[in-house]
Design a protein around this ligand. Structure first.
Ligand code: NAI
Length: 361
């Protein structure tokens, strides 16, 4: 049998794909459950005008598997999943469509927990929450964590500290030169943490007005967007878009550490190998950008979201990044591979523990 769906599922051992369709609402969505060894699959809802169904399925598969690794490495009791809605968020999104999707998620009975991603907002989650408690990233007034950018920035800050400790023997950002690319929701908060701890920060954003405003607010330098990655700094922190670590940029990097929130920073895995060869310490993006998902999952605790407890867990990203570095050194592998090893080890050990509970070997 020649099936692209089953062969894709077999390749990385996906558990379920759920197709959700409602003609009158124009709803076409795909929920992928990758792995539930550690607990219910958690991952956001992306809305995107995919050109083909195959493109949408492939994106959902890739993103769901990424969430398995991110959640496992973050020490969360959840597996990985993702939902994609086929459509243009500006044109096709409305209350009925969102509530319709939420009812499908409710029907899954809690094996899929979800929240915001590209193309969806906290307000959308508020709408969906009316249909299902499995929509977990909701505003604080609903007992959820609210906007996740602050927690994400705090996690990246912890990742930077862990990398500084490795490279310079001290985690203190004071006096360290740090270049932040993109001062949107996450980048701006990160600049605040860095400026408060006495780092020498330079920022850039394609939105010049935003860059100037953040520069003035935190008294930090502003560089041109095309310059930021090639500054001679201790840390380059990509907090804008993906694939910034590519053949061209790697020729130009002069930093000692790369640590930022942007998703999928490595254009290809081989760029992670190249960073390793160049002795630039790379903090894998999914390790240091886990603050948001950590907060989302905290709201599943009895009693709801507790900011202090959640931020204590986000602070553990410092230790997690240290563990990634330790695996990288012990096994002589690049950090992006070491992060995968860390996640895979945790999943394997919990699977083993569960097999004992089930009476297995
Ligand atoms: P955002 O959209 O609020 O900010 C991105 C900023 O980057 C904007 O100010 C934009 O003008 C700027 N930008 C875009 N292209 C640029 C370029 N070439 N050079 C310089 N600046 C550029 O997004 P947000 O929420 O701050 O997220 C930043 C990154 O972190 C994204 O890759 C996102 O996927 C990732 N991330 C965000 C999380 C969150 O909690 N918001 C969680 C995990 C990852």
């Amino acid at each position: 049998m020649n099936s692209f769906i089953f062969s894709s599922m077999e390749q990385y051992d996906y558990e379920n794909i759920v197709f959700c369709q409602e003609k009158t609402l124009g709803l076409k969505a795909i929920i992928v459950i990758h792995d539930t060894t550690l607990g219910p699959a958690a991952g956001g809802i992306r809305m995107w005008p995919y050109e083909t169904e195959q493109e949408a399925i492939n994106d959902a598969l890739r993103l769901a598997r990424g969430m398995t690794y991110k959640n496992a490495a973050a020490g969360l009791a959840c597996g990985g999943g993702k939902c994609v809605i086929i459509g243009d968020p500006k044109r096709d999104k409305n209350e009925a469509l969102l509530r319709g999707l939420a009812r499908f998620i409710q029907r899954l009975g809690g094996i899929f927990l979800t929240g915001v991603d590209v193309g969806t907002t906290l307000q959308d989650m508020e709408v969906m929450r009316q249909e299902s408690p499995y929509i977990v990233t909701v505003p604080e007034s609903w007992g959820g964590p609210g906007d996740s950018a602050g927690a994400t920035a705090f996690g990246v800050f912890q990742g930077i500290r862990a990398c500084l400790k490795e490279r310079f023997g001290s985690p203190l950002p004071q006096g360290r030169a740090i270049a932040v690319q993109g001062v949107g929701a996450v980048g701006k908060e990160l600049v605040r943490y860095l400026a408060e701890t006495g780092a020498m920060v330079t920022i850039a954003d394609i939105d010049q007005e935003k860059a100037q405003a953040v520069g003035a607010q935190y008294h930090v330098n502003v560089a041109a967007p095309e310059e930021i990655h090639r500054l001679d700094v201790d840390v380059y922190s990509p907090c804008a878009m993906g694939a910034v670590l590519n053949d061209r940029s790697l020729e130009e990097l002069r930093c000692k550490i790369v640590c930022g929130s942007a998703n999928n920073q490595l254009a290809e895995d081989r760029h992670g190998d190249m960073l390793y060869q160049k002795e630039i310490l790379y903090a894998p993006d999914y390790i240091v950008s886990a603050g948001g998902v950590i907060c989302g999952m905290d709201s599943m605790n009895p009693g709801g979201f507790n900011r202090q407890r959640a931020m204590e867990k986000v602070a553990q990203i410092y230790r997690t990044m240290g563990n990634v570095i330790a695996i990288s050194q012990a096994q002589n592998i690049p950090t992006y591979r070491a992060a995968d090893v860390l996640a895979e080890q945790r999943i394997a050990s919990v699977r083993q523990a569960k097999s004992i509970a089930m009476g297995g070997a």
